[in-house]
Design a protein around this ligand. Sequence first.
Ligand SMILES: N[C@@H](CCC(=O)N[C@@H](CS)C(=O)NCC(=O)O)C(=O)O
Length: 206
Amino acid sequence: MIKIWGSKTPRSLRPIWMAEELEIEYELLPISPRSGETLTKEYTNLNPKQKIPFMEHEDFKLSESLAICKYLQNTFSSNNLFIPQTAQELAEEDEWCSFIYGELDETCLYVMRRHYDLTDIYGSAPNVVDACREYLKRQFLVIDKYLKNKKHLLDQGFGVADIFLVSCLDWAVFYEFELPKNIKMYKEKISERKAYKKAMEINYQN
Ligand SMILES: N[C@@H](CCC(=O)N[C@@H](CS)C(=O)NCC(=O)O)C(=O)O
């Protein structure tokens, strides 16, 4: 049985969405950030980083939303999802995942989260937030051009890179970004997926 820890953030959505796409059984322990639940002795023993999401599969324990999604993808099979088979397919998927995680999530959205959303903890830094906005807009232009007439990031079909991109797009919309046309169409189409809707409901319940 898979246990997934964490809820209520775009990062916790990812493993839940992946599990829903794979149609696997899992137990969700919906602890949330800054609730004190990541700081308990029990959770710290599991994940000394005191962060969510986190996954347990029998004795195997894993943190990091990308590592968890890729582990699930490579452990279970599904017709709903493209799973790379060759070194080149894997590299193309990694290329997108690295770009999305590095440039959109860590470099922009999470920095904005700290200095725009959570200013009481991390301090207010309006210049930094403005720079993140500009930087993210530039990355969106690259993605928008690429997505013209495309339904997924990889031509072979919907996969983990799309889960990462759409979770970042939702986050950006929450921070009042105007999405360019092709990205908007791509996001709207992917948001119709049954697994996405269910994962959103589960991730953000209560
Ligand atoms: N690189 C990690 C980032 C995890 C992370 O920073 N999670 C935040 C929530 S989005 C967290 O757990 N913060 C702990 C807390 O604030 O209590 C991942 O992608 O899983």
